[in-house]
Design a protein around this ligand. Sequence first.
Ligand code: ADP
Length: 625
Amino acid sequence: MLRKFSHAFGNLSISNKFLAALSLVLIFGLVSIAANLYITDYEKDLRDDFEESRQEIQLAYSLGVTVQRARYTETQAEILYLTLGTEESVPYVTDVIAIMEDAEEILEELKSSQGQDEAERETLDNIAETISVYKTTVNLLYKDYILVRGGEDTGFGGDLIDTLDAIGTYGVVDITDMRVLLITYLKHFSPDALMRLPKQFTALQTAIEEADLPDAERDELLALVDKARTQFVNLINGDTDIAEAFFTLSDTSAVVDTLVTEFIQNESEQQAEARELANDAADLRNTLTPITTAASLFFGLLAVYLLSQSIARQINNLADASRQIAGGDYSQRVKVSTTDEIGQLGTSFNEMVDKIEAREAELRQQAVELRIATAKAREATRLKSEFLANVSHELRTPLNAIIGFSDMLLMGMSGELNEKQSHKVNRLRENGTRLLDLVNDVLDLARIEAKRVEITHKPFSPRELAAHLTAQMEVLAQEKRLDFETIIDPSLPQTIMGDAKRIEQVIVNLLSNAVKFTETGSVSLKLNGNGSQDTWCICVQDTGIGIPPHAHDLIFEKFRQVDGSSSRTYTGSGLGLAISRELVQAMGGHIQLESQVDAGSTFTVILPLHTQPALLQSQLEQVRN
Ligand code: ADP
């Protein structure tokens, strides 16, 4: 499965790979954001629960307080009723009812804000029921029962106290204790005070009977005591019901208290739980956020790292293979495992190497063939040069004989020749000499090409060479009525190392051409030093026919002349400049040409300057001696 996935991933294009990695990070990020939002929402719900609980607790407290207030007001009504009568207590009773209605309103609010908690609903229902009982009891007690039963505006306790006070006005008996007991009972429903009161009546009656009083007064007082006793019994009888109602009220308010307390406790627990859960959620979110952020960052970087590693590895493989191929190892191929851009590059690379390898093999084959052909050509050239050298040598012997015999004939060694004969023998000699020159040139070239010419490296005097050449060439120039001058640069060293014979051959060749191709004007020879001291040059200048630009290179090739036709004006073999260039190059120099048609030509030979003054001087001295 994993392999299948990695294969499919490997075949994606690089941009798609990056896109996939990016999507992965994006999905991770979105999931973590969703988780965060969910937790935040959950936490908010919990905080709402908490707030709801708080409000409910507040309502419950105010419910408790309201009920307490009702209870308190009711107690006030109760005392007033018992002491002063119905009229005084009624406003308080009305207050109690109003307060209880307030309590009911609070309860309704509490119920409507209440969630789905069954136990709490039950508690609230119980409270509602209890409040309803309380209200009914109060109504029963103060309106239905007392008002109907009493039918008068004085409280039972108040009537009794009035009667007692009437007895007290006779000043016969002390009613103080009895009055206190009665008020204690009335105020607190004290059973103790109640138990002691009957005895007080008996003691009162006895005291009156024993007192020394006129009969009428005694009867009056005893009648008052009877009245008081009747009132007391009525009070006791009536108050039993009232007391029961009072107890019911007290129990009812206690039940409300308990229920409210229970409700508050339950609500507080829920509140605490909600607070705890909300705090847990906040903690979780606080922990989760950095972890998910770090994780998405980590996975993102990991994906990019792995991707770049894989790309870099493949590129390195390519680079390694390229290096080895550049080093000549054409057996190298890159392993192609994907079809992405780099995989395609690898395939193309391998195809290219296949082609290069085939081409290389072909080239190697061609090189072998070329080497064989070159060797064959060299051998053929060597054989040709050897043949030419031999033939030329063989030609020179008879030619020399022809020239020698012609000279002997011209000198009259075989008898005096007449003018006609002399002319013909002369022509014979001239043609023999030209042929010998040609043969010599051919022989020279053959030797040079066969690398059989050795360049010597000996000291010579350029000035002496110039003097010798001037003497030789002046005659030719005079024959054509041309001016001839030789100029030697004073800075040119006295002695130079080189092959004087070959240098002379080159200069003779250039001067001969200058004289040959100049009809009027002058020919000059200049030997110049050079500022840089590492070369010197020979300059042959004429005012002759000049050379057209197209022929400037061509005339240095073998057998090439500006005028190559058979009817040309000037004689010559076309070998002189070719030999001269070969010789100059063999000496490490080169020839330059500047020329204009009908304005003359200047050939400049530049040669490396080798001087060893002290050594040269002594050698030159030796040569001279
Ligand atoms: P050759 O003089 O025997 O023909 P070279 O190799 O010495 O052979 O010269 C080749 C050709 O170059 C000449 O035939 C001539 O056309 C041209 N040339 C050489 N030197 C001069 C010169 N000084 N002035 C004009 N043309 C020249």
